[in-house]
Structures are given as C-alpha cells and as structure tokens.
Design a protein around this ligand. Structure first.
Ligand code: HEC
Ligand code: HEC
Length: 271
C-alpha cells in the first residue's frame, strides 16, 4: 500500500519534470524565433517608404505608402486633408461639398486661377492650403481639379511626376488643339452646364433644360446672340450672371456653341 503510493508519487514527479522540460524548450524555441524575426525592427532593414515617412517634417502628410512630397495625387490629398471640411456629407458652414454641383457651381464660375489663389492664400474660413503647409502648387492644383471635377467642373490638373505645367491648369493649352470635328454638346452640357441649367437646377433665372417655356424667350433672341452670351458671359436684367463659358475656360468656342445647341434643341428650339 505504502509502496504503491510511493510509486505513484514518483510517477507524477517524473511527469512534472518532463512537462517542465517541454515547456522550457517551447519557451526557448519562441525566444529564438523572436530574436531572428523583425519584431524588433532593424534600422538597416526597413523599407525606403518607411524611412521616408519617418524623416518627413513634423506636420507633414504621412501617406502611409511614403509618396514623396510633390508626387501626391489629388485624390490622396483630398482624402487626407480637404475631406475634413469638403466631404460630401460634411457640415462645415459655407464649405462647398464634393459632388454637390449646386454648391460648387458659383465657385467653379470664378475660374481655376481664382480658386487656386484662394486655396493657396486662404479665403474666409478656408485655411491656406487647407492647413497642409507642405503641399506644392501643383499638388494644390491637382486636388482642386479633383474636387471640382467631381462636382460639375472640368479642369485639367498638372500630371503627377511631370514637370510643373502652369498652362495645363489655367487652361491655355486644352481647347484650341482639337478642331471642331465631332463635338458632343451633350457631354459638355453634362460636365459644365448642368450645374446651373439642369432640369432640376435651383439657380435663379438660369433657363433649365427641357423647360420649353423658360427657353422660349431666350431662343427668340436668335442663335448668334445666345452663342455670344454663352461664350462671353451675360448678365440678365435681374442681375443674374451667366459666367463666360459656364466658368470653364478650357472649353473652345465651338464646344460652347455645341452645348448651347444641345440645350436649346432639348428645350423646344431648333438650332
Ligand atoms: C478647416 C476646414 C477646411 C479645410 C481643411 C479645407 N477647406 Fe477649403 N474651404 C473651407 C471653407 C469654410 C470654404 C468656404 C469659404 C467661403 O467661401 O467663405 C472653403 C472653400 C474652398 C474653395 C473655394 C474658394 C473660392 O474661391 O470660392 C476651394 C477651392 C477650397 N476650399 C479648396 C480646398 C482644398 C484644396 C483643401 C485641401 C487641401 C481644402 N479646401 C481644405 C474650409 C476648409
Ligand atoms: C454658374 C451657373 C451657370 C453655369 C455653370 C452655366 N450657366 Fe448659362 N446661365 C446661367 C444663368 C444664371 C443664366 C441666366 C442669366 C439671366 O438672363 O439672368 C444663364 C443663361 C444662359 C444662356 C442664355 C443667355 C441669354 O442671352 O439669354 C445660355 C445660352 C447659356 N446660359 C448657356 C450656357 C452653357 C452653354 C453653359 C455650359 C457651357 C452654361 N450656360 C453654364 C448660369 C450658368
């Protein structure tokens, strides 16, 4: 009886010992794995991108993927910076919201240079560069073009990686090049004019597409008068403003004429 219990005790002591050794080996095994892993990051072995992110000046835009300053796309910048106030569902007073054509239309009508200068220097509650001081001029142009082009505008942005091209953003190049072969008035309407002339637009006095009665007195003025108003801009008797080329100075005269023709023909006219 006594011997039996002694035997049992020795057995369980042995089990404990073996178990202890197994656990010890397991712990050693994991310690060795840990020492060889990159858990404690080795400076020489980190990626360039991580290094770039680490050496960025304080307050600069950490894109996570280490995109260098100057090369960030409009979309990247929007989603990091401008979205704070210009989000589609934002509620910052007066900040025009992305994809909200009605809110952007009067801004777009100011022309790209004005928007750029106001975003660069600040404008009322709009902080200079949206508060992101390290944005380059091209980056700022890119993000303005990104925002406005999602909101009824049609601006050209400086390409990423290309040399700074002032002309591209200010629209000096875009239009003239292509001769008026097959201009699609509808697509111009859909990108530039719809913000104010859409069938459900709430812009005062802007004649709305498909509303024949709103267009009838305009159509009476004749084709040339309407082309002139649309190309050069026009202020109505009540002071409402039709901005030159709908605010999109990238458009050629022929493109504006095509958009007028499209609108008029959808609204009881025959140009
Ligand atoms: C802290 C909030 C805030 C941030 C961040 C911000 N904006 Fe704005 N932004 C505003 C407000 C408010 C207005 C409207 C100002 C007014 O018309 O009184 C505005 C207006 C603008 C306008 C129209 C200016 C005009 O002439 O009508 C542009 C363009 C613009 N923002 C671009 C940007 C860009 C690009 C960024 C990101 C780099 C950005 N904003 C980030 C608040 C912000
Ligand atoms: C920012 C708003 C806005 C945009 C964008 C806009 N328009 Fe207008 N447009 C107006 C307003 C407002 C009027 C009416 C002015 C008035 O008579 O009071 C008008 C009037 C017109 C007229 C009639 C002019 C006349 O002599 O009676 C034509 C034609 C016209 N727009 C064409 C266009 C075309 C083409 C586009 C796009 C390329 C365009 N508009 C984009 C606001 C806009």
């Amino acid at each position: 009886m006594n011997q039996l219990s002694n035997h049992k005790a020795r057995g369980s002591a042995l089990t404990t010992l073996v178990g202890g050794i197994v656990i010890l080996l397991a712990v050693l095994f994991f310690l060795v794995k840990l020492a060889n892993s990159n858990y404690f990051s080795n400076v020489e072995e980190t990626t360039t991108s991580a290094t770039e992110t680490r050496i960025m000046p304080a307050g600069s835009l950490a894109m996570g993927d280490g995109t260098p300053i100057g090369e960030r796309t409009g979309e990247q910048i929007f989603n990091k910076v401008c979205i704070q106030c210009h989000a589609a569902d934002g509620n910052v007073p007066n900040a025009p919201r992305i994809t909200n054509n009605g809110e952007w239309a009067p801004r777009i009508a100011k022309g790209f240079e004005t928007l750029f200068n106001n975003a660069l220097n600040g404008f009322n509650a709009m902080p200079a560069k949206g508060g992101q001081a390290d944005l380059t001029d091209d980056e700022l142009k890119r993000v303005i073009a990104y925002m406005t082009n999602q909101s009824g505008g049609n601006f050209e942005a400086p390409a990423v990686g290309a040399a700074a091209s002032e002309a591209a953003a200010s629209g000096e190049t875009a239009a003239a090049a292509s001769p008026a072969t097959s201009i699609d008035g509808k697509s111009i309407f859909d990108t530039t004019c719809v913000a104010c002339h859409g069938a459900t637009s709430a812009i005062p006095n802007a004649p709305r597409i498909t509303k024949n009665d709103e267009w009838a007195p305009r159509i009476k003025k004749g084709k040339d008068a309407l082309f002139k108003s649309a190309i050069e801009g026009y202020t109505g008797p009540s002071g409402s403003l039709m901005p030159a080329k709908g605010g999109n100075t990238n458009l050629s005269d022929d493109e504006v004429k095509a958009a007028v023709t499209y609108m008029v023909n959808e609204s009881g006219g025959k140009f």
